[in-house]
Write a protein that binds this ligand. Structure first.
Ligand SMILES: [Zn+2]
Length: 281
């Protein structure tokens, strides 16, 4: 059970402190598009998760398979898949010592946005991102042009990409690294009905899969509207983009922030990685 805790802990939040974030500051915040989901042809089938194979809707975007706009997954219809290594990433797990080794695509414009994100984790959390030497498991920040930001959830094993488009600033990179650390989206938490409503009639039918509850996650605490892992009420999955796809229970709308981790995000991260960090230092 314990091995699944990281992903479960992804949705922890601590609403007592919810009115705050620890902002990145003004350094290198490109983020010209706060929310730019990757969409493509919708498919349905089994995907690999840390709980084993799960049936899910996902979208094929280039060579990637994506759920919830920016989470990379591995379909298990490998023989029909064009995704190399589709069987390789078979689990979701924590990063030992709370340390992520990384490489940066040499063609990536503005690599200093990676450095800003790395420094942010170092200064505000116990998580460390270190340039790769010979680590087997590592994250590769891949130049993704004008396309979307996306990441696998958790340590997948071997090289795992985080796709970094031109518009993606340090705040969005913090969000994607949270996925790599094992965190899902806040709006996917199984107990979300206490806090938000999903406006299914204003969601494009082929995008419904992006609004399903994450069946893999357990929760603790209450919904964190300040989380960097939350999507906004208004987004491009909508039939009418002037109307929300998700609201608070009272019908009011909310935005999303990519300024930095919320106090709740930081507390959840500390709890999820407590054992790894303590074993390392
Ligand atoms: Zn995301």
């Amino acid at each position: 059970m314990k091995k699944y805790m990281l992903c479960a802990a992804s949705l922890l939040c601590f609403n007592l402190f919810a009115a705050n974030t620890l902002p990145l500051g003004q350094e290198f915040e490109i983020d010209s598009q706060l929310f730019s989901p990757q969409t493509g042809k919708v498919q349905h089938g089994s995907i690999q998760t840390m709980m084993g194979a799960q049936k899910s809707f996902y979208q094929k975007v280039g060579d990637d398979f994506v759920v919830e706009g920016d989470i990379l997954v591995n379909p298990l219809e490998g023989k029909n898949s064009t995704s190399k290594g589709a069987y390789r990433r078979a689990h979701c797990s924590r990063w030992p010592k709370g340390e992520i080794a990384y490489e940066v695509d040499p063609t990536l414009p503005h690599p200093e946005r990676i450095e800003t994100m790395v420094a942010y984790y170092r200064d505000n959390t116990k998580i460390r991102l270190v340039p790769r030497s010979n680590q087997k498991d590592y994250v590769y920040f891949k130049n993704n042009g004008n396309n979307g930001c996306s990441s696998f959830v958790g340590r997948a094993g071997g090289k795992q990409n985080i796709n970094v488009p031109d518009w993606c600033g340090s705040g969005s990179l913090v969000h994607e690294v949270m996925h790599a650390l094992g965190f899902y989206h806040e709006q996917s938490r199984p107990d979300r009905r206490k806090s938000i409503k999903v406006k299914w009639f204003n969601i494009q039918l082929k995008q419904w899969g992006n609004f399903f509850v994450s069946p893999f996650a357990k929760t603790k605490g209450t919904f964190d509207f300040d989380s960097i892992m939350l999507y906004p009420s208004f987004n491009s999955f909508a039939v009418d983009p002037k109307k929300p796809t998700i609201t608070r229970r009272d019908g009011s709308t909310f935005g999303a922030q990519r300024r930095g981790l919320s106090i709740g995000d930081i507390a959840a991260l500390a709890q999820a990685y407590k054992d790894e960090v303590e074993s390392a230092r």
